[in-house]
Ligand binder design. Sequence first.
Ligand SMILES: CCCCC/C=C\C/C=C\C/C=C\C/C=C\C/C=C/C(=O)SCCNC(=O)CCNC(=O)[C@H](O)C(C)(C)COP(=O)(O)OP(=O)(O)OC[C@H]1O[C@@H](n2cnc3c(N)ncnc32)[C@H](O)[C@@H]1OP(=O)(O)O
Ligand SMILES: Cc1cc2nc3c(=O)[nH]c(=O)nc-3n(C[C@H](O)[C@H](O)[C@H](O)COP(=O)(O)OP(=O)(O)OC[C@H]3O[C@@H](n4cnc5c(N)ncnc54)[C@H](O)[C@@H]3O)c2cc1C
Length: 632
Amino acid sequence: MQKTFKNEKILFAEPLFQCDGLAGFTRSELYENAIHRTLRINQLKKEHNWTQEDFDIAIRCLNYEVGFVIHLSMFIPAIERLATDDQKAKWLPLAESYRILGTYAQTELGHGTNLMALETTATFDPRTDEFVLRTPQLSSMKWWPGSLGKTATHAIVLAQLIIGNKNYGMNPFMVQLRSLEDHMPLPGIIVGDIGAKLGANSNDNGFLILNDVRIPRENMLARNSKVTKDGRYIQTSTNKANYATMVLVRLSIIRWAEDTIKNGSLIAIRYSAVRRQSSLQAGGPEMQVLDYQTQQYKIFPSLAASYALFFTYEAMMKEYEIAYAQIMRGNNQLLGQIHGQLSGLKAFASDLVTYELEMCRRSCGGHGYLKASVVGETLLHTLPLVTVEGDNTVMYLQCARYLLKQIAKALAGQDVDEPTSYLKKDILSYTCPVQKGEHCTNPNYLLKIYTQRAHSAIASVARQLQFDLESGKDQSSAFNNNLVSLVQAAKAHCQLCLMKNFVESVSALERTCSENLASVLRQLCLYFGLHGIVTASGEFLESEAIGLQQLEWIKAEELKSLAAIRPNAVALVDAFDLHDQTVMSALGRYDGNAYQHLFEAAKREPMNQTQVPPAYYKYLRDLIKGQPLAKL
Ligand SMILES: CCCCC/C=C\C/C=C\C/C=C\C/C=C\C/C=C/C(=O)SCCNC(=O)CCNC(=O)[C@H](O)C(C)(C)COP(=O)(O)OP(=O)(O)OC[C@H]1O[C@@H](n2cnc3c(N)ncnc32)[C@H](O)[C@@H]1OP(=O)(O)O
Ligand SMILES: Cc1cc2nc3c(=O)[nH]c(=O)nc-3n(C[C@H](O)[C@H](O)[C@H](O)COP(=O)(O)OP(=O)(O)OC[C@H]3O[C@@H](n4cnc5c(N)ncnc54)[C@H](O)[C@@H]3O)c2cc1C
């Protein structure tokens, strides 16, 4: 799955990267530890001539529990995408050498989704050839940007550009926040951390108030638009290009989701293989809980999702690289496609993973509620992915908006993008591919069912929108009247994408791998397809892609698939080739000694470092001895 990290031994030989000790760290300790880790990985990269990919894999091996995540994943990419060549020449070397530490400051206390309504302003002052940055009211302050609280010396601030009395919309501005001498905030800058979060507390997400902060005109990142000395606004590319950084991070989130669900399924499956509980025959030996059909039903979806997301990330990375290369040459033809695809897939991947991670946690029984199992921690660390880089509902709607455009083109006989080519088919020409039970054992037949369901969902909401408009509703009311169906159509398209990538990747692998491996991957792909239909059976029935007879066959085949996957389940998670220090879980260690590792973790619990707790002397002793308690 993930390229085996040949430098794993070097990385995990250092206590700094051994994860057992993180439990009990305060926020400040977590924050410092994360910074220390990234800088040490940087040193290892230099000492051992690691590539950038090695550096990236090292961070993934640490489950992104590192510092400067936004600096590396947004600030630097934003300079690469939004700055002119001269600006890149100035800012990139400083950022890449950590001489400046950055954040991407777009979201405000009052607005995160609605970028058109962002309140921060950058007003051009022709007298001094500067921009004056201002967060005019409480709701305007930047709120959430990672590393903003205590780390960033610079921010790419997204602000409404004002020239004279005209607003030219959201544009990016490089703003220095702190002195490079003593790290103190500069005049006009009020900055700090927004407080503890459910997870990811090593990250200092911050707030930023800008009180008439002046920056030179050349600090507006001007690849897509610029302001001349005499105050003229010149747009050199679509202003959508200023959204480019978010598209890249949405792609990264699909891989982040893949990484976390691999951890979750590995822990759940390895633990379920060693946990014995109850027996089916009275007086018989206790069973591995992995042999219970219900346990398989709970955790094999996360196993299948791990592989599905791996194949989808690989496919989308290729699609993104093609689109990005064109966009950087000024050809925005693929911008709408890549935005529509990645908006939807980021939402679908993060929804899928957060749901399946909780199922992995539940499948570990009581021990799943211990931090030492790590599944719960992983879930807390993953929860933000349904919100960051665009709230999932909003992202599905962006994807749906793209799909509506595509089906309109298809119905008008125009060309459509490759990912939506199925919309060219006549919706009435579909016939159910599954005419007998054994057809349900062929992923290609299932793919046809997914295709019809997606096409039907998109066509149905397009018709309903048209009907609402023709019956007199205005555009926004018609849209709002169909948001749920639009989200449903986007999800149907995304689930088709995952299934298509899974089927195509396995058939490509079949040409080079052993038949044994091919049959295991085919089985997992089949299961992924069957399970997806069963869990959304209402939509598949509604689309007439299947009838009740087909659903009956599919449900039966899904349960058969569970038994077929069982013999290979542990091998399929071992194939992730994840180091114990990456998984970190007492329940998911390669050696299977879950109870021993749980007990070792308990012994490391700070409360166990003394036999008698301080509370004994304050409260318990007198209580136990029947002494009257002093006034508390
Ligand atoms: C190398 C080592 C790495 C180390 C780090 C390790 C790992 C990192 C891995 C991953 C990092 C991941 C996460 C990091 C964690 C947290 C960071 C979080 C950061 C953030 O959250 S940044 C802020 C994100 N905010 C948003 O996403 C805002 C969402 N809202 C919007 O995007 C927009 O408001 C909207 C909802 C899309 C509406 O846009 P708007 O322009 O107002 O109106 P529309 O009419 O809907 O759109 C107009 C037009 O523009 C097109 N469009 C919109 N968005 C885009 C886009 N992103 N790209 C291209 N085109 C876009 C839209 O389609 C419309 O086009 P039309 O042709 O239809 O007019
Ligand atoms: C851990 C974390 C890290 C972050 N890091 C950064 C960062 O580095 N830089 C940065 O700029 N931002 C960052 N953010 C902010 C993040 O980008 C926003 O939280 C996100 O874009 C969602 O916007 P919001 O919070 O305003 O939610 P809202 O948009 O207010 O969402 C609230 C509810 O309203 C619904 N809603 C909103 N608009 C619509 C609509 N048009 N149609 C239907 N429903 C709608 C949503 O679905 C949601 O249910 C971070 C957030 C988190 C949690």
